[in-house]
Ligand binder design. Structure first.
Ligand code: AHM
Ligand code: MG
Length: 333
């Protein structure tokens, strides 16, 4: 490919912005800053296997600095990349119980950023893919500071959503409502390059279903029936990484369904609505798929708490609709 035909993430964002003459650039800046944070996190994630040399989390490394746990490190990187820019009114992170306020000394903006800094972090020590998930909302209250109401908005109102998967390569996938686009990090030049324009969930022959089946005994009858139905479908294989971003990424590119259902131990499931389920649901919908909590669309759920959990069924539309038919009775029992 000729060098000139390479589309960097920055160029892609600028071209998107040109389609909106009213845009101030603030929204584009948020995406640039997330990409910068992702590059820093990617660098650290790739060093994770060197813990014996560089030091275990909590110990002191060769520079006599305390080594932070990677999820705490990732949270700080995103927070510091975003808190001073004047684009955000507040943030919500999986790592913080409350809203993350913008420090007094910095200006406030009109957007809210919600994120999971390092999802699947129990996989870090095993060299298994992990990821970052993010969602952007427009502030809806008056005044400069972000409030709970600004954060507790249904997924349908998201302006943008994306994730970064730290896998065999690092990829950033995002949508701002004009298609889903994937960029692969070229570490030699430190740039995300457009590698997967206009992603659509394919009707492929390598579709997979993805669920932690060790919880089978805790499932309701509809959930068990759904998985039995999936086993009967021709051309559907099983995969489960245990890292939401990686499992979703595969489902987006190859088709199929990922699910984390409710069970008798966790009646509301495990995954978080605001910064896990809702952003991936926006991406999936833009790519021609769907996402439900067992009966209702994830994008229609009205959150009441920052760290609210939800069951999740996400992926190819036909399989998500099959889940809706079979599983919806479980929550009514
Ligand atoms: P985390 O936020 O503590 O990392 O938990 C979320 C992760 C998801 O990445 C993954 O889909 C799920 O937990 C796996 O859970 P389980 O081990 O119960 O299958
Ligand atoms: Mg998580």
């Amino acid at each position: 490919m000729a060098e000139t035909s390479v589309v960097t993430l920055s160029r892609h964002i600028v071209e998107e912005e040109r389609r909106h003459p009213e845009a101030t650039g603030a929204f584009s800046n948020i995406l640039y800053d997330i990409a910068l944070a992702a590059k820093i996190i990617s660098r650290e994630v790739n060093k994770a296997g060197l813990v014996d040399i560089l030091g275990q989390a909590g110990s002191r490394n060769v520079h006599d600095e305390v080594v932070k746990k990677l999820d705490v490190f990732a949270d700080e990187v995103i927070c510091k990349a975003m808190d001073h820019t004047g684009d955000l009114c507040c943030m919500v992170s999986e790592e913080h119980p409350d809203i993350v306020a913008i420090p007094e000394k910095f200006p406030r903006g009109k957007y809210v950023l919600l994120y999971d800094p390092l999802d699947g972090s129990s996989n870090i020590d095993l060299n298994v893919s992990i990821g970052t998930i993010f969602s952007v909302h427009l502030k809806v209250t008056e005044g400069p500071d972000g409030r709970l109401e600004d954060c507790l908005q249904p997924g349908r109102r998201q302006l943008a959503a994306g994730y970064v998967v730290y896998g065999s390569s690092t990829m950033l996938v995002y949508t701002s409502g004009a298609g889903v686009h994937g960029f692969t990090l070229d570490p030699s030049i430190g740039e995300f390059l457009l590698s997967h324009p206009n992603i659509h969930i394919p009707e492929s022959t390598s579709r997979t279903y993805s669920v932690n089946e060790s919880y089978y005994d805790l499932w309701g009858p509809g959930q068990r029936q759904f998985v039995s139905e999936l086993k009967r479908q021709e051309g559907l294989s099983a995969r489960y990484i245990g890292s939401l971003v990686a499992d979703f990424h595969r489902t987006l590119l190859s088709g199929g369904v990922f699910m984390y259902p409710a069970d008798s131990r966790s009646p509301r499931g495990k995954l978080r609505l605001l910064y896990e389920a809702a952003p991936l649901a926006m991406i999936c919908k833009e790519a021609g798929g769907g996402a439900i909590d067992g009966h209702g669309d994830i994008l229609d759920q009205l959150p009441t708490e920052l760290h609210q959990r939800t069951p999740l069924y996400i992926g190819s539309l036909d399989l998500v609709e099959c889940a809706r038919t079979l599983v919806s009775g479980d929550s009514e029992r």
